[in-house]
Design a protein around this ligand. Structure first.
Ligand code: ZN
Ligand code: ZN
Length: 270
């Protein structure tokens, strides 16, 4: 039986509505903070059950708090997802038609690319041939900045990738529209954009970079987990402190939660 929502759940949901997406350790810290604020019992390993209660109430509104992995750091994130609109129309209240067309073109470029990224040069070229209304260079750069600010895209050295939020919210859209072009990661089964591909033509499995790093860590010779062929890519390092490793227990991760002063500043913002 699903328990009904209390003030503690409502506080958590309100923060999720403001932030849109939060990293796992922050979500656990927020859970603890909400429990403490409302005098509720806090159990560090019960976040998913806690979220299930909220999700039951969100169902009639076609919303859900969903768990997903970041392609950049391999960490787990929680995002508030709109299930009613699974494509870019969910962005239509914030963006003009030609801006949405630019976003679709950017997604096309990313899906077609080998590394899950689109260069600013390629995106600028697209902006010149938009059907809805062409965009000048300056304007395009501003729109791209907004996509990054609104957490739809990430940018690094002029290369744009899909944000964790974007992938989590539009997963179904990607599976529907790009069908054969998007593949799930062999390790975590989430769809993979920034990834490596097995070079064996008869295999061709994809793995996220953090999944590659985790899988091959400590193995002397990298071999494809599906076909056993030699893995012909450079194995990426997991570039984050070991205290945040996913392989560690939830209890250990609690130690990385923000200090009471961090919780305090969050309270002031709420
Ligand atoms: Zn993966
Ligand atoms: Zn293979």
């Amino acid at each position: 039986m699903a328990r009904s929502m209390g003030d503690v759940h409502r506080r958590f949901l309100q923060t999720m509505m403001t932030l849109g997406i939060v990293e796992g350790s922050k979500a656990r810290a927020l859970h603890r903070y909400c429990c403490e604020e409302h005098g509720a019992h806090y159990a560090h390993d019960k976040l998913d059950e806690f979220i299930d209660v909220i999700n039951t109430q969100l169902q009639p509104m076609f919303m859900q708090i969903r768990k997903g992995m970041s392609e950049d750091d391999g960490l787990q994130y929680y995002a508030l997802v709109n299930l009613a609109k699974t494509d870019v129309t969910r962005m239509s209240s914030d963006y003009a038609d030609n801006e949405l067309e630019l976003f679709r073109k950017t997604m096309d470029l990313i899906v077609d690319s080998e590394n899950g990224a689109a260069s600013s040069t390629d995106i600028l070229n697209c902006a010149d041939s938009l059907q809805t209304k062409k965009m000048k260079k300056k304007e395009t750069e501003q729109v791209l900045n907004r996509f990054v600010q609104d957490k739809w895209l990430n940018e690094k050295h002029g290369e744009y990738t899909l944000s964790t939020r974007c992938i989590m919210e539009m997963e179904q859209y990607f599976r529907d529209v790009y069908r054969d072009l998007v593949k799930p990661c062999h390790m975590c089964r989430n769809i993979a954009f920034q990834s490596q591909i097995c070079e064996n033509p008869g295999c061709g499995i994809k793995m996220h970079l953090p999944c590659v790093a985790r899988y091959f860590k400590g193995r002397t010779e990298p071999r494809c987990p599906a076909c056993n062929d030699f893995w012909q890519h450079e194995i990426p390092e997991i570039s984050r402190p070991p205290s945040q490793s996913l392989s560690q227990s939830t209890a250990a991760k609690e130690n990385t939660a923000p200090t009471p002063s961090a919780s305090h500043s969050r309270r002031q913002r709420m």
